[in-house]
Design a protein around this ligand. Structure first.
Ligand SMILES: Nc1nc2c(ncn2[C@@H]2O[C@H](COP(=O)(O)OP(=O)(O)OP(=O)(O)O)[C@@H](O)[C@H]2O)c(=O)[nH]1
Ligand SMILES: [Mg+2]
Length: 295
């Protein structure tokens, strides 16, 4: 038998509402912090592809954004957007968490994907926070959606992750690898640098401000052992700019230092990061600017 016929490879799309741990789960499969994670909903703004290659298989994970405005789910547009994110999938992972499951949104997504003829794995995360008989109750609720697998996990405590991985490998189609074996993602290090900066803004700023901000990489000069990055942080008002800078520039300095550290950790090179804060009124409402920022 040819080598390729023994090899398994496919796309695994992770869907679910905001803040349930989609990005955390993908990172845990990869053993790398690729997708950014914060305690705030709607952290992930676009699909992030993470590639896990072993001797006999390659799993290509797609971490999706938690869909906006779940209450509008019934709208056709919303359903289309979910189905669209599944168009390349070989396997679907639906994820929720034990604290909030089942919301109306969870039920509707489960109902929607029930009709798709692909292996579907249900995952309930954060069982470290489970109360009383929550696990039994969720099991009963999920039964009617006829998933091909059901896992209760805690990404935080590393519970049950490898069992899901084995199930994924089991369902993976025989196919040669889609990507070179050393690739971790198709997105560039430049993109991940931008994401890391955004994560730090989420981490150090409160309430609405993270949602009013965007980061762009203006210049990314990489050599053998180091990289120098010039980045802009956009906010919507002058007062937001003041907040980000902080008194005596302390906050922006902190953001720069921790972002620098994480980028260094990801790309394994020395990093010099320069940050500028700029004001762009209403950038979230302007199509052209959104494009420019990569959304
Ligand atoms: N207690 C607990 N918290 C967790 C667990 N897994 C993830 N979290 C936390 O849940 C929050 C959201 O995690 P993310 O991975 O960013 O969630 P997400 O589904 O990607 O969220 P969006 O990108 O906003 O849709 C973070 O604060 C995580 O640290 C877990 O097993 N237990
Ligand atoms: Mg996410």
């Amino acid at each position: 038998m040819a080598e390729n016929q023994k090899f398994k490879s496919g796309f695994v799309t992770i869907i679910g509402k905001p803040n349930v741990g989609k990005s955390s789960l993908m990172n845990s499969f990869l053993g790398q912090k690729l997708s950014i994670i914060t305690p705030k909903p709607q952290t992930t703004r676009q699909n992030i592809l993470g590639i896990l290659t072993e001797k006999d298989y390659q799993i290509v994970f797609i971490d999706t954004p938690g869909f906006l405005k779940p209450r509008y789910l019934l709208q056709e547009k919303m359903q289309k957007s979910i189905l669209n994110s599944l168009k390349d999938a070989d396997i679907i992972i639906f994820i929720s968490d034990i604290v909030t499951f089942p919301t109306e949104y969870d039920n509707q997504v489960c109902e929607l994907i029930k009709r798709i003829k692909l292996p579907r794995i249900a995952v309930i995360n954060k069982i470290d926070l489970a109360k009383n008989n929550a696990i039994e109750k969720s099991t009963i609720t999920l039964k009617k959606f006829e998933f091909d697998g059901l896992y209760f996990i805690s990404v935080k405590d590393g519970i049950n992750i490898s069992n899901i991985k084995n199930e994924i490998i089991n369902f993976l189609p025989y196919h040669p690898p889609y990507y070179p074996k050393d690739d971790l993602s198709t997105q560039t290090t430049r993109f991940f640098a931008q994401e890391i900066i955004r994560e730090k803004i989420f981490k150090y700023l409160k309430q609405e401000l993270p949602y009013s901000s965007a980061a762009t990489i203006e210049q990314f000069s990489e050599s053998e052992d180091k990289v120098e990055i010039f980045a802009n942080i956009y906010v919507e008002t002058n007062s937001q700019k003041k907040i980000i800078i902080g008194s005596g520039g302390e906050l922006i300095k902190k953001i720069r230092q921790v972002a620098e550290r994480d980028i260094r950790y990801l790309i394994n090179k020395k990093v010099k990061l320069h940050l500028w804060i700029k004001v762009r009124k209403n950038w979230r409402k302007k199509e052209r600017i959104l494009k420019e920022f990569g959304y």
